[in-house]
Design a protein around this ligand. Sequence first.
Ligand code: ADP
Length: 411
Amino acid sequence: MKILVINTGSSSIKYQLFDMDRQKALSSGLAEKIGESTGKLTHIKHVEKETGLTKVIKETIPDHRKGLLKIVNLLLDSKYGSIKEKSEIRAIGHRVVHGGEKFQAPAIIDRGVITAIKKNIPLAPLHNPSNLTGIEVAKTIFPDSLQVAVFDTAFHQSIPPKAYLYALPYELYEKHKVRRYGFHGTSHGYVAQKAADYLSKPLSELNMITIHLGNGASMAALKNGRCADTTMGMTPLEGLVMGTRCGDIDPALPFFLANHLKMSLKEIDDLVNKDSGLKGICGTNDMREVIEKKNAGEPMAKTALEIYCYRIKKYIGAYFAVLESLDCLVFTGGIGENAQDIRALCCQGLTKLGIKIDINKNKSRGDMGNKTIQINSSDNEVNILVVPTNEELKIALETKELIGSRSRLET
Ligand code: ADP
């Protein structure tokens, strides 16, 4: 069975085609700068044990429909493609950022689901409209394939009210659904299951803290395998320090910026989302560059790393208290998977909580490729794992599970 996973942004379409029998990506790519004159489509055909065949097309992509049509042409191409007919694609799994309170699991897309995603636009004004565009376009190009929505927020719907309600007037929640939702749910869910598999234990018997450190960053506390709390909030801005987002700040700070610096709402929005985090402190949002700068002796890069890791360490302590006992700590995302110094700094001094990293095991990540590795000292009780995330595969797996034996014509 083949499943196409699509992640549609306002000017981009990221995709991966999976052969689900082998759980392998056959091809992947990115159409970017859609609607601009400098459009670009990068397509990779994955080849067993080789680097793959890459095709880059630089031409205007006027809209998402044209973008997806170009992608389909490449998927069908005799040299770069992996399928002979569109009908080989049994289903399409769409990443949808905000499912609100309605979706605790993926859903086969029908009119009701589309209406519900539309209803959540106020909660994710930058993402849900693009995700909807992707769905509409895919439906016209693949009329016979099942379409499934997999929500970033769904995994966190098990969070109890004491963790998801803000101490604001309750009617803001009742009337406008103001609450914590959390994001990166696909990644947290994927690495949690991988960690449980690695430890040969049912996920439902494990208390875990999962730490996703990519350009965006978030943590989740899992009690008996279900999410009990997470650091991102009503929007992805809350919680950890990120590439360009500030994470937790005093909620009164925007008033100061408006009153004293005469900044507009838009300027404050841009400041906290696009110009803060690592970039705001030391000038770059790319962790590799931050580490290089720190190694070159730049004091602000060192400070940025300290702030970044301090926030994570603080949440490890908080989530330890939430869970009351901890079986496993999981690092994932581009930074969590690759930056041993960050992992070490986040866990420094936590031996009394049973959290201790083995320096040598922590170094081995680079040799292990795509596998889970265990980096805690053997004499300590909390398993510390590095688990490569794969959000696209998780979307494909959830899509496959949901469609089960349903025929194409049922929806
Ligand atoms: P996204 O959230 O866009 O999926 P990724 O999960 O790929 O992002 O993470 C991107 C981040 O990972 C960047 O800050 C990048 O610098 C960092 N990163 C990637 N490789 C390394 C590495 N070897 N050491 C440190 N940071 C790394």
